[in-house]
Design a protein around this ligand. Structure first.
Ligand code: F3S
Length: 113
């Protein structure tokens, strides 16, 4: 990101869903993948926002617009993006994606490794 204070962020709704439609439209390959969640690398994101409407569960926000209660995902994206490999192609959603869509407080479900 040109301005280091600005990036898009993947939040809780992605956990256990991982639809990955977002990946397909990212022109700078800024998504990184964990077992059940994706994150955006803040240094690679160019703040274009094309991924936002692609996510079926509305998990992605501009960092300035992350709702209260999901603020910790800003730091979490930055942290996990250091450790997780890039993902550049859409993959199948997780098999349990439908059950987990719309469920709140999924942070404890996050698989970090
Ligand atoms: Fe996750 Fe939505 Fe992308 S569920 S993998 S942020 S399309």
């Amino acid at each position: 990101a040109k301005d280091p204070a600005m990036t898009y962020v993947v939040t809780e709704a992605c956990i256990n869903c991982k639809h990955s439609d977002c990946v397909e439209v990212c022109t700078v390959d800024s998504f990184n993948k964990g077992a059940n969640f994706l994150v955006i690398h803040p240094d690679e994101c160019i703040d274009c926002g094309v991924c936002v409407p692609e996510c079926p569960v509305e998990a992605i926000y501009a960092d300035a617009d992350v709702p209260a209660g999901l603020q910790q995902y800003v730091a979490l994206n930055a942290e996990l993006a250091q450790d997780w490999p890039a993902i550049t192609r859409k993959v199948d959603p997780l098999p349990e994606a439908k059950q987990w869509a719309g469920v709140s407080n999924k942070l404890e479900q996050l698989k970090r490794a």
